[in-house]
Design a protein around this ligand. Sequence first.
Ligand code: DGP
Length: 113
Amino acid sequence: MTSCIFCKIVAKEMPAKIVYEDDTSVAFLDINPQAPVHILVIPRKHFASAEETEEADAPVIGHLHRVAAKLAQEFKITDGYRIVLNTGRGAGQSVFHFHLHLLGGRIFHWPAG
Ligand code: DGP
């Protein structure tokens, strides 16, 4: 999708601090970190949000979670980390290309705000 900033990061048309990439996913540091470790894990394929996913996307979504878990080990935040999937403006989604937030390195409270 040409107007999508995350598609531009995937295509390397926009800079980002990429920490991992493979055939289906790209992970990079969030530009506005909310924790000492704040990484976005996204699919190369564009879908706007969880609301737009189809059954065929399930393996990709599962893979993103595996990537997040591996990055949690690499970034040494396995004491306690949070994977967040904001879906829709009411939940704070501001970029409409599916992405997992991987947050760690601080204490998290529950329920989330
Ligand atoms: P959300 O609000 O759940 O849609 O999260 C979008 C996140 O994306 C937000 O934490 C800030 C981050 N972000 C927005 N634009 C850019 C960008 O151009 N580069 C990077 N690295 N992160 C971005």
